[in-house]
Every structure is written in C-alpha cells, then in structure tokens.
Design a protein around this ligand. Structure first.
Ligand SMILES: Nc1ncnc2c1ncn2[C@@H]1O[C@H](COP(=O)(O)OP(=O)(O)OP(=O)(O)O)[C@@H](O)[C@H]1O
Ligand SMILES: [Mg+2]
Length: 214
C-alpha cells in the first residue's frame, strides 16, 4: 500500500500542495486529474523521491520512505516523452532496469526478449528505439518500467504525445498489463475518459488539495 500523508509544498512562495493525503493499494490504479499547473507532476515527483515535500510523508507498506532516495524505492516512472535511451536498441532499453539492479547482461536481455514477444515487439528487438512509431515506443517504455517488477508504477500523461485513436487502443492494453502486473499505480492525465478507462478511482487536484472526482 502506497500512502501519502498530509503533503505540503510551495513553489515561488505560492502554496502548491496544501495537505495532500492519498492511499493506493496493490493492484489498484488511481487517476490524478487537475488543471495545468495544479501540481500533479510535482506530486508524482514527491512520490518518486525526485523532490522532497516540505512537510508530510510518503509511506509504503508501513514504512516511512520520505527520505529514501529514488533508486531505493523500487518504484517505476513513465513520463510522456518516453525517456528511452536513443543509443540503445529496443531490447537493451527494456533490459536496462534489470542490468542496473545487478542482473547479468545475457540474462537481462533474455528476459527482455521474452517480455517483448507477446507485446508484438519481438521483430523490433534489435531496432533503434527512434525507428519505432510513437505507440510502439510507449509500449517499450511500459515494458521497461514493468520488467523490474516495481512496487509502484507512476505514469505522467503517458499518451499525451499520441493521436486519439492510438490513445484509445493503448488505454485498454495498458490497463490490462498494469492490472496483470498487480502493483499500485498512479496515473496523471488531463483526459477524464482515459481516467475512467484505466483507473478504479480518480481525484482532482484543485487549490492544493485532492477532491474525489468519482
Ligand atoms: N521543480 C519544481 N518544483 C515545484 N514546482 C515547480 C517546479 N518547477 C516548476 N514548478 C511550478 O509548479 C507548478 C505546478 O507544476 P506541475 O508541473 O506540478 O503541474 P502539473 O499539474 O503537472 O501541470 P501540467 O498539467 O501542465 O503538466 C507550476 O506553476 C510550475 O511552474
Ligand atoms: Mg505535469
């Protein structure tokens, strides 16, 4: 269980997060809606450990992890601009997280290829990532996030660079894969339909606080 407890944060002297509390259980996806600039990405960065809250805590499974560095949280992030490594091929992008965790390269690559096959990406395993379509690149990014079996998956506008038809197609596919992987997931999105298609619950960040969206 991921838990945010009374998170506060200012930006440029203005209150941005004014007491945000949220719980996300394993196997559950929660959507975060809210206007541009309302602090959604900042909140995700606090969960990831990339930014520190001024007060309040981040807990995971009864442990306060507020001071734990990002690489020790076992969380995975996926942002809109893919953030794949352009100099690596598809397979090595996916294998990267495992190699970083200390797995042997050959074994990590084997696992990456096994993951890519059912995603329709086997034929692209040795291709440079920038030769793939936008939708294919997002699948690679999700595969790279899931291969390490993260405890929490954080998605920040994962489909915003894609056209409407592709968004719709990936929505169902991603929801299924995330559900099968079974971790707690937080999805930031502007798109209420996307939130309904992928999340079990949704909150709107407004005036620095979370309001139940549905
Ligand atoms: N490093 C930072 N830490 C905190 N706040 C920041 C930082 N950089 C910029 N801000 C400001 O904080 C506010 C919230 O930004 P944030 O990116 O969290 O909003 P957002 O809800 O994700 O918006 P969008 O929907 O446009 O992505 C903005 O006014 C932004 O300019
Ligand atoms: Mg944002």
């Amino acid at each position: 269980m991921l838990e945010l407890r009374d998170i506060h944060k200012h930006w440029n002297g203005q209150p941005l997060l004014r007491g945000v509390s949220l719980g996300v259980a394993a196997g559950e996806t929660v959507a975060l809606l809210g206007a541009s600039g309302s602090g959604k990405s900042t909140l995700l960065k606090i969960v990831a450990g990339l930014e520190a809250p001024e007060s309040g805590q981040v807990w995971f499974d009864h442990t306060d992890i507020t001071a734990l560095p990002p690489e020790r949280r076992g969380f995975a992030l996926m942002f809109q601009d893919f953030a794949l490594f352009p100099h690596l091929n598809v397979r090595d992008n996916v294998a990267f997280g495992l190699i970083e965790q200390g797995h042997r390269r050959a074994q990590a690559r084997e696992q990456a290829e096994a993951l890519l096959a059912p995603w329709g990406l086997a034929a692209h395993a040795r291709a440079r990532v920038w030769t793939l379509s936008g939708g294919e690149q997002q699948r690679v990014a999700l595969a790279r996030a899931l291969i390490t079996r993260p405890r929490v998956l954080l998605l920040d506008e994962p489909f915003s660079a894609l056209d409407a038809a592709l968004r719709e197609q990936l929505r169902a596919e991603f929801a299924e894969r995330i559900g099968a992987a079974g971790m707690a997931a937080v999805l930031v999105t502007h798109d209420e339909t996307e939130a309904r298609g992928m999340a079990q619950r949704a909150w709107t960040l407004r005036g620095g606080r979370l309001e139940s969206a549905w």
